[in-house]
Design a protein around this ligand. Structure first.
Ligand code: NAD
Length: 292
């Protein structure tokens, strides 16, 4: 570190609360060092009542940029100068780029998801996908998949507070992209089976399968899967969810959520540096395997 930090080193931040558990500082600093960028990445505990001042500090300190996470993702946009089309449609920002005091907000979760698919030779462009979820991760994936050219999307969610957000997402996708999106109640299992049978790709983008919902699966049983269906989880702790265990038993190709996590970081890294992360090096260093 003494060799790395000098009078020219620029700062990249991560602004969220809580944030001390994050693996992003280790990941980003490893990639900066590996490619020789004179940048340092630090996490700051910033809550909703401090994010406006923190954004001012990005300009004042001439930081290269910042990541933002909860609770700031949906509120930081109003303090920025510009939003990417995906950030605008999602109503959320996870990456800020500072270009001579002009701050642009991006959302790289969906970019990361699509890049992880590509890295695993999964090509959903022009095809149909079924996805469960209307929360932050799901919305970013749905918007990016639609912008990238997924032809048809069936979205399912339980009838909780997120369902309304799903209605908005479907409206935006149908108005602003060439993708045709439809929202269904996850309780309609006949519809879920029908949409999954017609899909190339199935995605669980909910907290189901992840602590504290380890025992929950968005798909009730194995009969919903066929071997040709590609099945992707967004949760990654535990690495294997109940849902993906069933899909594997049927013979489906599957992917866990670590790919999205790695590639959303790489997309942010590329926005700050102009170069993607050294992906193979990062997979090795972080001991990441997601194509199982
Ligand atoms: P969120 O709180 O914004 O959304 C939660 C979603 O889960 C909603 O759609 C909600 O309806 C659904 N849900 C909650 N309980 C459910 C249940 N019992 N059955 C079915 N659906 C249920 O959360 P988020 O930020 O979108 O995160 C969702 C998951 O994605 C989490 O497991 C999170 O850790 C993971 N995640 C992964 C990455 C990655 O890089 N791989 C990135 C972000 C989030």
């Amino acid at each position: 570190m003494a060799e790395r930090i000098n009078g020219h080193t620029e700062l990249v931040g991560l602004m969220a609360y809580p944030i001390r558990h994050s693996s992003s500082p280790a990941m980003q600093n490893e990639a900066f060092a590996k490619l020789g960028y004179d940048l340092a990445y630090l996490a700051f505990e910033i809550g909703a009542d401090e994010i406006e001042d923190a954004v001012k500090a990005i300009r004042t300190l001439k930081m290269r940029g910042s990541n933002v996470s909860m609770p700031n993702k949906t509120i930081v946009g109003q303090y920025l100068d510009e939003l990417s089309p995906a950030a605008e449609l999602c109503g959320a920002v996870n990456t800020i780029v500072n270009k001579d005091g002009h701050l642009t907000g991006h959302i790289t979760d969906g970019i990361g998801f699509m890049a992880a698919l590509k890295d695993n030779n999964i090509d959903a462009i022009g095809k149909k996908m079924t996805i469960v979820g209307c929360g932050g991760a799901a919305t970013a994936i749905e918007i990016q998949a639609a912008l990238d050219g997924v032809a048809e999307m069936s979205i399912f969610n339980i009838k909780d507070g997120f369902f309304e957000r799903g209605i908005e997402t479907v409206k935006k996708i149908n108005e602003k992209t060439d993708c045709r999106a439809t929202l269904y109640d996850l309780a309609d299992l006949d519809q879920l089976k029908k949409e999954m049978d017609e899909s190339y790709l199935f995605v669980n983008a909910t907290g189901a399968g992840m602590h504290p919902l380890e025992d929950v699966s968005v798909v009730p049983d194995k009969s919903f899967f066929r071997p040709e269906l590609i099945v992707v989880d967004v949760p990654y702790s535990p690495l294997e969810t109940k849902m993906r265990r069933m899909a594997k038993e049927v013979g489906c190709k599957t992917m866990n959520g670590l790919g999205m996590m790695l590639f959303q970081g790489s997309a942010a890294f590329e926005l700050w540096t102009g170069t993607p992360m050294p992906i193979e090096h990062m997979k090795q260093i972080l001991n990441i395997s997601y194509d199982d």
